[in-house]
Design a protein around this ligand. Sequence first.
Ligand code: FE
Length: 312
Amino acid sequence: SARHYDTDAQLYEAFTRETGIRVRTIQGDADQLMARIQSEGANSPADVFITVDATRLARAAQAGILQPYAIPHVDERVPAGLRDPNGLWFAITKRGRVIMYDRQAGPPPGLTRYEDLADPRFRGQICVRASNHPYNIALATDMLAADGAEATEAWARGVAANLARPPQGGDRDQFRAIPSGQCQIAIANTYYLGHVGKSSNPADRAVFERIGVIFPNQAPGDRGTHINVSGAGLVKTAPHAEAARRFLDYLVSDEAQRIVALGNMEYPAVPGAPTDPILTAMGSFRADSIAALLDPARAAEALQIMQRSGWR
Ligand code: FE
C-alpha cells in the first residue's frame, strides 16, 4: 500500500477479525512498490496493490501488474466512473482538491474556478506545494484535458507568479500559513483540513475555524471540482488470490467504507456510506470526472508543463 494514513491499520484488523485472514502490509512509495512487484514477478508476495492517485492506478494497470478482480459485488457498489474500464482496479475513497481562504478576510472576489488562481489580482497570495507532487500533477492533468496545453501552461505560469512563497511542505502546511498571514489563498486536499478540524488540539481547531473552503468550477456547465481517488487492485501474480478477493470485496462493505472514509476524513467511494460531519460541513459539491487522469501520457505532459512553468 502506498496509502500513508495511520487509520488504515484499523481496516486490516477489522478484516482479520471478520475473516481470520491475516493481512501483512508492505508500505512504500507507489512507483517503488510497482517496480518491486514487476521485478519480483511470479515470486512476488503481493496480493493486493493499494495506492492513492488515479493516474498511478492507471499506470499499474498499464504496467501489467494487475489482473481483473472480477467481483460483481464491487461493481454493484462502486460507481462506474470510479472503476477501471477493464476491471483492474476500483476506488476505495475520494478526496477533493479545493481552494482555501481566510474567513476573517472573506472569500477572495473573483475566485470561483481553478483557472482564476492565475489572475494577477492574486499576486503574492497563493500557497501550494511543489508542482511535481502527484496531487498537483493530477489537477494540471484535468486542466490539460479541459483547457488544452497552451492554457494550462499559461495557468501554471500565472499560479507561479502569484505564489506567496516558494513551494514548501505538504498540503497541511499551505492552509496552516493562512492564519499567520503568510498566505491568503491555499490549495489543499479536503481531508487535511478535516484532520485539523477533528484535532484534540485547540490551536488546530482555531486554524480550522479560520479557513473557508471554495469548491471550484461549480457553475452550471462547468466541469466540477477536481477529485482524486485511492484505490485497489488484485495483483496479477497474487499467491493468495482468493483471500485477496475477499479483502477487495470487504473494502466496499459498509463497515470498511466507514473505517476508511471516516478514519482519514475522505469521501467514501460507495454512495450512501457515511462521511464525517466535519467534511459534510465544508459543503457539498459536484465533482469532475476522473477519466482524464487515467491517461498516464497526459499526466506526463502535465508534469512537463508544470516543470517549465516556474512553479517549482
Ligand atoms: Fe495525502
